[in-house]
Design a protein around this ligand. Structure first.
Ligand code: GLN
Length: 284
């Protein structure tokens, strides 16, 4: 019996040693791999300093007119043009990275992206985990209902109703506060709006400009926006806490707000003059 145990131990430790060696090999290969790839990716003669002026910026490209996938590849929208213009003004290039909206803050915290532009509302809660640029857009939440509906016109009318929202958003937070409501969450705003159009929800709480754009562009039919805006919200570019890029982004934003570039981009996507923006978002 003893012998068997010892033999077993022996084989086990042998196995462990082999396993450890294997693991070390894997780490060594992994350590060599990416740096080799990076080296081939950089353009000829590019020094590490040049590559450092490229910021990886996360976005969830299913929120038109702020960000969506362009037909010929790449991304388009107000946020995309704005971020590129900020980069141009502040001297960095932007590499967008598509992420689910509720994965953006975790990615910023983990430092796997340098910044995020995704129609993200500056909130007190989010400000505890990420840094925000100065506000770059004034928005708010709107209630959408089926075209034929006549009894929902305000938040109070949503009690005990079926509400569809996008996960991790301020709209989802708002819906969670309505008593008796059944809230269903979706990965993207278009999916929540489709649920409403299909008759499987009584209302959607979502950013007004996005819901209005979906209706106007014909992407979703048979729904309408009712009542007043539920909230006033300001979008900000989010960065990891303490990021040295915050100042660069704020100064680029200040430049394009001053030289008319911001107004041009606003006109392009909203066909109107932009409203006044506060220097800081009012937080509760
Ligand atoms: N503005 C909303 C929020 O920050 C929704 C953003 C989005 O879905 N991209 O929660």
């Amino acid at each position: 019996m003893k012998l068997v145990t010892r033999m077993f131990k022996f084989t086990r430790s042998q196995f462990l040693r082999q396993f450890a060696i294997g693991l070390i090999c894997v780490f060594m290969i992994a350590a060599c791999g990416p740096s080799g790839e990076e080296a081939t990716e950089t353009t000829e003669g590019a020094s590490p300093e040049t590559t450092a002026t490229t910021l990886t910026v996360a976005t969830e490209p299913a929120f038109p007119p702020f960000e969506s996938q362009a037909e010929g590849g790449g991304y388009e929208g107000f946020d995309i043009d704005l971020m590129n213009a900020i980069g141009e003004a502040a001297g960095f290039t932007v590499e967008f990275q598509s992420l689910p909206f509720d994965g953006i803050i975790p990615a910023l915290q983990a430092g796997t992206v340098d910044a995020a532009i995704s129609a993200m509302t500056i909130t007190a809660e989010r400000s505890q985990t990420v840094d925000f640029s100065r506000p770059y857009f004034k928005a708010g939440l709107a209630i959408a209902v089926p075209e034929a509906n006549t009894d929902i016109t305000s938040l109070e009318d949503l009690e005990s109703k079926r509400i569809a929202v996008q996960i991790g958003t301020t709209g989802a937070d708002q819906a969670a506060e309505i008593s008796g409501a059944t809230v269903s969450t979706f990965d993207s705003a278009p999916l929540a709006l489709q649920e409403l159009a299909n008759g499987n929800a009584d209302a959607v709480i979502n950013d007004a400009p996005v819901t209005l754009y979906a209706i106007q562009s014909g992407n979703i039919s048979d729904i309408k926006v009712v009542g007043e805006l539920v909230t006033e919200e300001f979008y900000g570019i989010a960065l990891p806490k303490g990021s040295p890029n915050l100042e660069t982004i704020n100064s680029g934003l200040a430049t394009i707000l001053e030289d008319g570039t911001y107004d041009e981009i606003y006109q392009k996507w909203f066909g109107d003059d932009p409203p006044e923006l506060p220097e800081e978002a009012p937080l509760e």
